[in-house]
Design a protein around this ligand. Structure first.
Ligand code: FE2
Ligand code: FE2
Length: 200
């Protein structure tokens, strides 16, 4: 079921593209295509499953098809646990919502792909290489522009964990700079990065 050949299951990529073109607005559809392309490029470079990276990149924002005002109630319906930071900022739920919705609406069954979609905003301790690729691709896709992005885009001579750390620093820095709430799981992800570096 989870082998590479079964990732798309009953859906070919053109069929998924048609569904997304209906489900997303133009901007989000274009962003999803760019993230797919960067995720593919990174997957080739870091020897991650390219087909899974492509699909997870394409579908990473599937949960954004739900209106932000409906995200809390939709999460409740789908038994997604919601913490106090997500109550304040329900948009964070688009990642776990997307992970659930690609299963129920698209029939995606590949656990690695579903995890990468669910983990692309806050992350998770024990991120897989695929999870990290999708997280980073979302941050560095060509339409993004903010300082320090070039350091992350220049991933050619860096280890994947090192690139992910740079990306995560950017996220945390942004939250601190703008005095935003930090998801409690972010501390676990940060400490997982540091302990993984010691083990390497
Ligand atoms: Fe997202
Ligand atoms: Fe995104």
């Amino acid at each position: 079921m989870d082998s590479t050949g079964d990732v798309f299951l009953s859906h070919s990529e053109p069929k998924i593209l048609n569904l997304l073109a209906d489900w997303f607005d133009k901007e989000l559809f274009a962003h999803s295509l760019r993230v797919r392309d960067v995720a593919k490029e990174m997957a080739k470079h870091f020897k991650v499953d390219v087909e899974k990276a492509s699909l997870a990149g394409l579908l990473h924002d599937f949960g954004r098809g739900i209106r932000e005002a409906d995200m809390l109630s939709e999460a409740k319906k789908l038994n997604i646990p919601v913490n106090y930071v997500e109550k304040i900022n329900p948009c964070l739920l688009h990642a776990p919502l997307g992970g659930k919705l690609v299963v129920s609406r698209l029939g995606i069954k590949d656990v690695d792909t579903i995890n990468a979609i669910s983990r692309h905003t806050v992350g998770e301790p024990q991120m897989s290489d695929l999870d990290m690729v999708v997280y980073i691709a979302d941050m560095i896709e060509p339409a993004r522009s903010f300082s320090d992005l070039e350091k992350i885009r220049d991933f050619g001579h860096k280890r994947l964990l090192e690139v992910f750390e740079l990306a995560y620093v950017c996220t945390l820095y942004h939250l601190l700079k703008w005095k935003k709430f930090i998801h409690p799981k972010s501390f676990e992800v940060w400490n997982w990065i540091q302990s993984s570096k010691i083990e390497e």
